[in-house]
Design a protein around this ligand. Structure first.
Ligand code: ADP
Ligand code: ZN
Ligand code: ZN
Length: 675
């Protein structure tokens, strides 16, 4: 009998663009199977993508080393999705597929020491409000794939809508995926899901141990737990029969992964839903302009929820002009002197009122540390990081640290340049807010939440408990705590300096500010008997992000902002890709930049109108030097994604011709951070 030889295309877990062909003569390997293959001198894991009995390769082919049977076979739908992810985000197919598996091997006894999902008493669903009923009915009216945008103010009961949709999905014997920002995966949220669905919930996030992650993965994969809640990476769990995907807080930038595979979980989830022909629901109180625009154009189905479930009044909101505040203080020169420059009389009084009423306050500021910059007024010297082109931030009394690398040094009493003793910290950070507040309210219990103070889930949970049992009076934090946390006794919310986000070098800075101000305000008034007070301090009080957020007027904000984006042809009016190239060797980077310019000129002069792209740059990145690496970048814009893809593909193919070997190149499609 003739020996039958089969050829298999394998996506290998290595930085290689396409699949490689291998031979396996024992028997047929089903598509989606895990194998081990030789690559150079190594053996690497891979996934079989295709098989034929004719050899199309002109090379001598190697044999597949082994068939890995303990890894489950990936479904054609999942593979199709991975292929889309690979092509769209310019990431090797084998490396995308490799993300599908849990970190450890399956164990038969899956009991672990820690309980990942809290045990809760089962609750029954409440009677829905009219808005919830309408939204639910509208969503259910549409069969198969559709993208729904649920635009509902904080507390309007979006989560309850999700819970109902999930219940429906389970009735059809299908699985549901719920993606939330990592920080929202609190016991509070998990409680709500497990209270309704008991042990049907699996969860995947970055703080689980490898064993916990592996166990949760298997539970979700095997349909033992048909609901998977997770941060963005949960999308890579190859669940077979997906009937519903929910993306909560869809506007959150954290859905975009910024390293390695630079995918956007919301966008990739929409493609996954399409492949499974199931609905996907994007929810937010402040939708991204991308999603809002799609909804307006009719591509997404738009649902609005304008009322809070428990009350019709939103918190009372005030804006304080810090410029005027300062002028008044200078004129009056009275007891206001006791207040630090960042704290208005109004906010100070309001915190005091809440304390007296045994209620809580929270202060938000998107800056860590004591001061942003330490500067000498005599000679202009500024402490800078020697590895990055960035000023050092002051922490504690004398620790100068770089927020981008590990560098730190001690602050000296005299200016290192002119020996002046006048050198001093400028600006404000959460640490300074904390120490000032402790001095002003010595009897209050103050807690701080930022990346310096809270580095893991356990610490965050302690603070949440402290807020719930009222052992904390005043909470101070970065935007970390502005998301999704509900506290019953929180009465006063202060945004210390709303201007912080306006001036970031990103075309989305207005949008981010609007979202932040709205989200922060939404933290107050979670108690129906006490709508709460929000105080927004700013220097530019008439900034549209503030005025529209104040009026709860998303539509007007979006209209103005969209007009602006249209006029400059930036997303969502246009599609965008970012090419970043970097090197520790400045001369090599500059040579490559010149070659890249020539490449672009040639491309533009050759290409017909159907591949029209607009190219901005190449030029220095806003963070020009990071960790001793110099960074340049270039933006590619076009109304249609195909043109961008065409350009990027051509660029990647010609990478070796344009860039010298010491220059690292990366392509970021639909970039979020552009620093
Ligand atoms: P959102 O997700 O829009 O911020 P939630 O779903 O968290 O809103 O709802 C806000 C609060 O109202 C929650 O405490 C929730 O339990 C409660 N809630 C939601 N829907 C109802 C309802 N139909 N009846 C009573 N309480 C509800
Ligand atoms: Zn000096
Ligand atoms: Zn640095």
């Amino acid at each position: 009998m003739d020996q039958k030889v089969n050829y298999f295309e394998v996506g290998v877990n290595a930085p290689i663009d396409g699949p490689l062909t291998y031979v396996w003569s024992n028997d047929i390997i089903p598509t989606g199977s895990s194998v081990e293959v030789p690559l150079g001198r190594r053996k690497v894991p891979g996934i079989v993508l295709n098989s034929t009995d004719t050899n199309v390769s002109s090379f001598e082919l190697k044999n597949i080393s082994a068939l890995i049977e303990e890894k489950p076979v990936l479904s054609p739908k999942f593979i199709k999705w991975c292929q889309w992810v690979s092509q769209y985000y310019f990431y090797p197919i084998g490396m995308v597929l490799n993300l599908a598996f849990p970190p450890l091997k399956k164990k038969s006894n899956r009991k672990t020491k820690y309980q990942v999902i809290p045990d809760t008493e089962e609750t029954i669903a409440p009677n829905l409000t009219d808005e919830q009923k309408n939204t639910l009915a509208e969503i259910k009216k549409h069969d198969g794939f559709n993208t729904h945008l649920v635009h509902g103010v904080t507390g309007s009961g979006k989560t309850e809508v999700y819970l109902n949709l999930i219940a429906d999905c389970l009735k059809k014997n299908k699985s549901a995926i719920v993606l939330v920002p990592e920080i929202s995966l609190t016991p509070q949220l998990l409680n709500r899901f497990s209270a309704r669905f008991k042990d049907k919930v699996a969860i995947i996030h970055s703080q689980l141990t490898a064993r916990e992650k592996t166990n949760q993965w298997w539970a979700a994969f095997s349909d033992e737990k048909p609901i998977l809640i997770g941060a963005r990476s949960a999308l890579f769990c190859p669940i077979k029969d997906i009937g519903l995907i929910i993306i909560d807080e869809e506007h959150e930038p954290s859905f975009k992964q910024e390293e390695k595979l630079k995918y956007h979980a919301r966008d990739a989830a929409i493609v996954l839903a399409k492949i499974h022909d199931c609905p996907i629901v994007l929810g937010s109180a402040t939708p991204s302009l991308e999603s809002y625009n799609q909804a307006k154009s009719g591509k997404y189905i738009y649902h609005q929820m304008n009322k809070r479930v428990h009350q019709d009044v939103m918190p009372e909101t005030f804006v304080v002009d810090l410029k005027k505040e300062r002028e008044t203080r200078e004129i009056e020169n009275t007891n206001h002197d006791d207040l630090p420059f960042w704290l208005s009389q109004k906010l100070y009084d309001q915190i005091g009122k809440s304390l007296n009423a045994n209620k809580q306050s929270a202060l938000f500021l998107n800056r860590r540390g004591v001061a942003q910059i330490v500067m000498c007024p005599d000679c202009g010297f500024v402490y800078e990081c020697p590895n990055c082109e960035i000023s050092l931030t002051l922490h504690r009394k004398k620790d100068l640290t770089c927020h981008y690398c590990d560098y730190s040094q001690v602050l000296k009493d005299r200016c290192p340049s002119c020996q002046s003793i006048e050198i001093k910290p400028l600006g404000i950070g959460t640490e300074k807010v904390e120490s000032d507040i402790k001095k002003l309210f010595p009897n209050a219990t103050v807690a701080r939440v930022d990346r310096d103070k809270v580095s893991n889930r356990h610490q965050l949970e302690e603070i949440i408990t402290g807020m719930e049992n009222k052992s904390i009076d005043i909470l101070i934090g970065t935007q970390m705590i502005a998301k999704g946390l509900d506290f019953q006794h929180l009465q006063t919310v202060g945004l210390v300096l709303a201007d912080v986000a306006f001036n970031l070098p990103n075309f989305r800075s207005n949008e981010r500010s609007f979202q932040l101000i709205t989200q922060v305000s939404g933290r107050a008034g979670r108690n129906k008997n006490d709508p709460g007070v929000v105080i927004i301090q700013a220097y530019n009080t008439d900034h549209p992000s503030i005025t529209h957020a104040l009026n709860n007027d998303f539509a007007s904000f979006a209209k103005e902002e969209l007009q602006m984006r249209n006029s400059v042809e930036f997303p969502p009016a246009s599609r965008l890709a970012l090419i970043r190239f970097s090197s520790s060797q400045l001369d090599q980077l500059e040579t490559s930049t010149t070659q890249l310019k020539n490449f672009c000129d040639t491309y533009l002069s050759r290409s017909e109108s159907k591949v029209a792209v607009r190219i901005l740059g190449p030029s220095q990145a806003p963070l020009y030097k990071l960790k001793n690496v110099y960074r340049h970048q270039m933006l590619i814009l076009s109304p249609d994604h195909q043109s961008i893809h065409h350009f990027c593909k051509y660029l990647v193919q010609n990478k070796k011709k344009i860039f010298s070997t010491r220059v690292k190149v990366l392509v970021d499609i639909d970039p979020v951070s552009m620093m």
